[in-house]
Design a protein around this ligand. Structure first.
Ligand SMILES: *[C@@H]1O[C@H](CO)[C@@H](O)[C@H](O)[C@H]1NC(C)=O
Ligand SMILES: *[C@@H]1O[C@H](CO)[C@@H](O)[C@H](O)[C@H]1NC(C)=O
Ligand SMILES: *[C@@H]1O[C@H](CO)[C@@H](O)[C@H](O)[C@H]1NC(C)=O
Ligand SMILES: *[C@@H]1O[C@H](CO)[C@@H](O)[C@H](O)[C@H]1NC(C)=O
Ligand SMILES: *[C@@H]1O[C@H](CO)[C@@H](O)[C@H](O)[C@H]1NC(C)=O
Ligand SMILES: *[C@@H]1O[C@H](CO)[C@@H](O)[C@H](O)[C@H]1NC(C)=O
Ligand SMILES: *[C@@H]1O[C@H](CO)[C@@H](O)[C@H](O)[C@H]1NC(C)=O
Ligand SMILES: *[C@@H]1O[C@H](CO)[C@@H](O)[C@H](O)[C@H]1NC(C)=O
Ligand SMILES: *[C@@H]1O[C@H](CO)[C@@H](O)[C@H](O)[C@H]1NC(C)=O
Ligand SMILES: *[C@@H]1O[C@H](CO)[C@@H](O)[C@H](O)[C@H]1NC(C)=O
Length: 810
């Protein structure tokens, strides 16, 4: 009886295993299916695409249009319904997706450029990017007016994925018909693969972003999303075969074995059930390859996966063949029998990395006979995936060479060059605007040695276009580290190997250039230890290019959450806050007229190699509140979650708006969480609202970043909480000036250090703080060059220039 029960149990267990084994259903942790511009959800096969209008948390768009079409010219697609609606953007906009499981995801974008009212979407020209990668640059690409489904495979190491759509000029549009963001198994792509051209291994694939360019089912039919375990599309290989008479198509109806780590997520049965084989021959003298030809981009790097499953042999150890990629032998004498467990019909795959030469855009994959004796020519291929590697970027990163030294060197170089050409006055544009500067610079130039003086003078350095072309490999797309409304940001390496960020605006009219010069003059006067420096600019050939220093340690935000960086101590955090406050204080008070930053956030506070804070992206700052009416910048400017609530009422940003945003940054520093987190319960979504409730109840200690909670002295935390609360006052007039905030933060730091083993004189400093602070501000201001032209209030921040400065990091 017991034996019988056991047997039943065993059968039952087998049944469960079989069900699990054969049920196709991979269950993605993150599974966002969005039908954009639609007013109702759309069922496609087994999947439910939600209307983006019903998911208010996902879309951030200053202005967008919901468009629809009745055009059925896409009816041959699997998913025509998804192409019937689109959301059109006139300005940079984004969809945000909370990521529950970090790691590899498919991001699929659907585009069909239809005509809606007067809008012809064929003329749209835009970029799509994530925080890490530019996915698409300059739609329409090769596709023209047809519907396309673009697939990207990205490794997401953040707690949210932000997909941004940015029109490439102020007259073009961006649009999207549907979006999928779906988790895939992390082992889908191994970290290493053999490099075809160099015989070494390519490493780092697991972090890499890819664009799917070809996915082919050899010898078989079209396989649509509903027939694939991960909703991929596989197309037949027929039209890619160069020499079809050498090939035969095979199919097999038996079961496919998945052994040794193979899974149906790598590729489903339907792919392995068919193959293209070398045409049979009865003489070993008949030697030929079967070759598939693909269009590729010269100079790009591709990840190539070949799928095999021996469905043609009658016995093991009969099939041997060679694999070529372009003219390279990738593997010789492949023996599928031994790759997988010595069984026939077992699925397996091989991965390769191939970098195209700069001159060829032909990518070929060939199967040819092995040179082993005693075997008739044969060979098979079941499936093929060709993924293009996308360049990834970190907004700020990489090794920072001493930029100041770099600037010195370049400065000397250019000066020598220009001096040789006897055109000194053309070298420094800001000087020609300001007569006094011009004089001092002129002398600096003619003696040709005084680099230090020129630097101290804080003039923007004028780069030649050729120097920047060289630094960015002629503005090569591979150097693009960001794209915004203004154009692109490139990572540049100057002649001396120092790294810089190069922001290139879209070329504009002569009038635009004049404004550009005026702006440079204003910006080049903003020099401060706690502001990210403008190193130079270029205005040759109507270019509008700005060159900034790189910051080694990236953004403050990145150090707080969403990365694996070690937790900053409370003291480090306070020092960063104090540094940032100094930078802001300088912006507000260092010039004749206050300059409002307008986008204070943790992503705009950068850290140098010593974790010293510098405020970045103050280019959109306005000289004086009265200029705020220019709607372009106000609409785009300011980041959700940081924005002064008073701004909504009065439509005007003041220096107190910066104080509000800075208060939100202080909370981020304390709690180490995003300012808006839609995955949290409703009352917790907005950091400022949530945290201020705790502060008002005197319970701020309950929401401190758990990694440092025990290390903050209660007095220090209390003072910090009070400071934040004042910054976040509803009305600007009730908020302190940033100078007062700075004072308070200094005090918070002192309270933390008091008899915590620090020097006695720190206590003295507390009592003497107000005066000392005043001196400190004065000292900080001394780094500013006193300029003859103090009437910067007349300088109008042109829209053109504001655009140039739009941050890509949103
Ligand atoms: C599809 O999702 C929407 C929510 O986005 C829901 O209202 C609708 O009932 C779902 N439809 C089906 C068939 O599950
Ligand atoms: C577009 O949507 C509107 C409102 O839902 C509807 O009245 C109109 O018929 C639709 N147009 C097409 C071409 O489907
Ligand atoms: C839409 O624009 C494309 C290219 O810009 C053009 O070829 C096409 O004729 C336009 N269609 C209409 C109806 O204007
Ligand atoms: C798209 O915009 C870019 C940058 O402004 C421009 O270089 C490119 O020619 C535009 N493409 C089309 C098709 O208009
Ligand atoms: C848009 O571009 C046109 C021409 O390129 C220019 O005249 C206009 O000022 C720009 N508008 C804005 C808001 O930048
Ligand atoms: C990656 O490939 C290497 C070498 O082929 C193998 O040893 C390793 O197990 C693979 N890792 C995964 C996660 O598949
Ligand atoms: C795809 O799946 C459908 C039903 O799920 C089935 O009828 C069809 O034959 C499958 N196609 C292939 C190529 O397997
Ligand atoms: C080899 O095959 C050809 C046709 O493919 C056939 O004509 C010939 O008789 C075969 N030779 C032998 C020895 O089987
Ligand atoms: C197959 O293609 C490779 C690479 O182009 C070439 O080297 C080889 O000679 C070809 N083999 C045959 C039998 O044509
Ligand atoms: C690329 O392929 C095309 C068509 O297959 C061919 O005409 C051309 O010669 C090839 N170019 C190179 C450099 O191999």
């Amino acid at each position: 009886m017991a034996a019988r029960n056991l047997q039943q149990l065993f059968l039952f267990a087998m049944l469960i295993i079989c069900l699990v084994w054969f049920s196709n259903a991979f269950n993605p942790v993150d599974n966002y299916l969005i039908n954009c511009g639609s007013s109702s959800s759309t069922i496609i096969g087994s999947r439910n695409f939600s209307a983006d209008i019903s998911l208010s948390w996902t879309l951030t768009a200053p202005k967008s249009i919901m468009a629809n079409t009745s055009s059925n010219s896409v009816s041959s697609f699997d998913t025509p319904a998804l192409y019937q609606t689109a959301r059109i953007f006139t300005r940079a906009s984004s969809y945000t997706f909370p990521i529950k499981r970090q790691g590899r995801h498919f991001v699929r974008l659907y585009f069909f450029p239809f005509i809606y009212q007067n809008i012809n979407l064929t003329s749209a020209n835009f970029t799509v990017s994530t925080q890490d990668t530019v996915l698409l640059y300059g739609y329409p690409t090769r596709e023209g007016a047809t519907a396309v489904r673009k697939e990207y495979s990205v490794n997401i190491a953040h707690d949210q994925l932000i997909i941004s759509f940015a029109p490439l000029s102020n007259t073009s549009l961006a649009f999207v018909n549907a979006i999928e963001v779906v988790s895939v198994p992390n082992n889908l792509i191994n970290d290493t693969a053999q490099t075809v051209n160099s015989r070494s291994d390519y490493q780092g694939l697991s972090e890499q972003a890819f664009e799917t360019v070809y996915r082919i089912n050899m010898g078989g039919p079209y396989v649509g999303p509903e027939n694939d375990t991960l909703w991929r599309i596989w197309v037949p290989d027929k039209k890619f075969i160069l020499n079809e008479h050498f090939a035969v198509f095979k199919s097999y109806s038996g079961s496919i074995f998945y052994e040794g780590g193979e899974t149906r997520e790598i590729a489903p049965d339907v792919i392995y059930n068919t193959a293209t084989e070398l045409a049979p021959t009865n003489t070993s003298n008949a030697r030929f390859n079967v070759t598939w030809h693909f269009d590729a981009d010269a100079g790009s790097t591709y990840f190539i996966r070949l799928h095999f499953c021996d469905i043609v042999s009658k016995a093991l150890f009969e099939l041997y063949f060679d694999i070529y990629i372009n003219t390279y032998m990738a593997v010789s004498d492949v023996d599928l029998s031994t790759i997988n467990s010595n069984i026939l019909a077992a699925a397996c795959y091989m991965d390769f990395v191939m970098t195209m030469t700069d001159s060829s855009s032909n990518l070929t994959v060939s199967i040819g006979p092995s040179s082993l004796p005693n075997f008739l020519p044969d060979g098979i291929l079941n499936g093929l995936e060709i993924l293009k590697m996308r360049k990834q970027w970190k907004l700020i990163g990489g090794a920072l060479a001493l930029v100041i030294v770099a600037a010195c060197v370049v400065c000397i170089m250019i000066r020598r060059k220009k001096a040789g050409k006897k055109q000194p006055s053309k070298t420094w544009s800001p000087l020609s605007i300001n007569g006094i500067m011009s004089q001092s610079l002129g002398s600096g130039l003619s003696d040709g040695t005084n680099a230090r003086m020129a630097l101290n003078a804080n003039f923007g350095l004028r780069f030649s276009i050729s120097a920047l072309q060289e630094a960015t490999n002629n503005f090569d797309e591979s150097c693009v580290i960001g794209v915004g409304g203004f154009g692109k940001v490139y990572k540049g390496v100057l002649k001396d190997d120092s790294e810089v960020a190069v922001k290139r605006g879209n070329p504009k009219s002569q009038q635009g250039l004049n404004e550009f010069h005026t702006e440079i003059e204003l910006l080049s006067r903003l020099r401060h230890r706690h502001l990210v420096s403008l190193i130079g600019y270029c205005d040759e050939r109507n270019e509008m290019i700005l060159v900034y220093e790189y910051m080694e340690n990236g953004t403050l935000k990145n150090h707080l959450y969403g990365s694996n960086l070690p937790a900053l101590s409370w003291k480090q955090r306070l020092e960063i806050c104090i540094g940032s406050a100094r930078g802001l204080h300088y912006l507000h008070t260092g010039q004749a007229k206050a300059i409002i930053h307008r986008d204070v956030k943790s992503a705009n506070i950068l850290l140098d190699k010593d974790l010293m804070a510098k405020v970045a992206d103050f280019g959109l700052s306005k000289a004086g509140p009265e200029l705020d009416q220019t709607h372009v910048s106000t609409a785009v400017k300011g980041s959700f979650g940081y924005l002064d609530p008073e701004y909504y009422r009065r439509q005007q940003l003041t220096d107190k708006s910066d104080v509000y945003s800075f208060g939100v940054v202080l909370l981020e520093v304390l709690c180490a969480r995003p300012v808006i987190d839609p995955t949290l319960p409703r009352e917790m979504v907005n950091l400022a609202e949530w945290a201020i409730k705790y502060q008002k109840r005197g319970e701020l200690d309950r929401i401190v970043d758990s990694r440092i909670a025990g290390t903050i002295r209660p007095d220090s935390l209390r003072k910090f909480g009070e400071t934040v609360e004042k910054c976040l006052a509803d009305c600007g007039v009730d908020r302190p000036a940033v100078g007062d905030v700075l004072w308070n933060l200094e005090y918070v730091l002192q309270l933390q250090e008091v008899d915590g083993g620090t020097e006695v004189n720190s206590i003295n400093r507390i009592s003497g703080l107000p005066t000392q602070m005043h001196h400190m501000s004065m000292l900080e201001s001394e780094t500013v060059r006193e300029s003859g032209a103090s009437d910067s209030s007349d300088v109008s921040m042109s829209k053109v220039f504001s655009q140039l400065f739009q941050s890509q990091g949103r």
